[in-house]
Design a binder for this molecule. Structure first.
Ligand code: 5GP
Ligand code: MG
Ligand code: MG
Length: 184
């Protein structure tokens, strides 16, 4: 199946059923790893909203949840790189087991910045749970990335929370951009 968003055509890449299955397994893993602890899940908006919702339905340990936003200089269809600030961090994270929930880790620049900010709050532990990871794009190893839904090639994807020019977050499946071979 294909979708058209503004000037670009995208083709289906990861169906929701497959995302759901993988999310269930991540949940099982988290339930084991955080048994008898009360972790704080921090979803990074906007991209993580659907993944966070589906993931939390699979997590059965007593948990706290919150959302933050990382404001950055806006890029169009690639990572913007320059990060400014974190908005909405309203929980005391000192001594807590923190799990950051991300839609996608591309270069890792956003995440590195976020980790620096969160580490200043002296949590007991920090782990990253990301639905998607682009290993070929990652600029340096981030040891906190403990839970990965899918490793994907270095292509632009949209849907299931991820946007193209602010659009397409509501798509149920994940689509990838297919360059038109006739384009120069
Ligand atoms: P970073 O390069 O810092 O790891 O990624 C920063 C942000 O760029 C991600 O949180 C996400 O919002 C956006 N991004 C990176 N790759 C993609 C992609 O393939 N599709 C979409 N929609 N956003 C992406
Ligand atoms: Mg994100
Ligand atoms: Mg975006």
């Amino acid at each position: 199946m294909k979708v058209q968003i503004e000037d670009k055509e995208f083709s289906c890449f990861l169906e929701y059923e497959k995302i759901k299955k993988r999310t269930r397994l991540l949940g099982i893993q988290l339930n084991v790893d955080y048994e008898n602890r009360v972790p704080v899940f921090i979803g990074v908006l906007n991209g993580s909203f659907l993944f966070m919702a589906d993931l939390m339905k699979e997590v059965h340990v007593t948990a706290e949840m919150s959302f933050i936003k990382v404001s950055s200089y806006m890029g169009q269809d690639t990572s913007s790189g320059v990060v400014k600030s974190v908005i909405g961090l309203d929980i005391d994270l000192k001594g807590r087991d923190v799990i950051i929930v991300e839609d996608i880790v591309d270069t890792g620049i956003t995440l590195s910045f976020l980790l620096d900010v969160i580490k200043k709050h002296e949590p007991a532990s920090i782990a990253i749970c990301t639905l998607l990871l682009k290993p070929q794009s990652l600029q340096h190893e981030i040891e906190e990335i403990a839970y990965v839904g899918f490793e994907i090639p270095n292509e632009f994807v949209v849907g299931y929370g991820l946007d193209y020019k602010g659009l397409g977050r509501n798509l149920r499946d994940i689509y990838r951009f297919v360059p038109d071979p006739t384009d120069t």
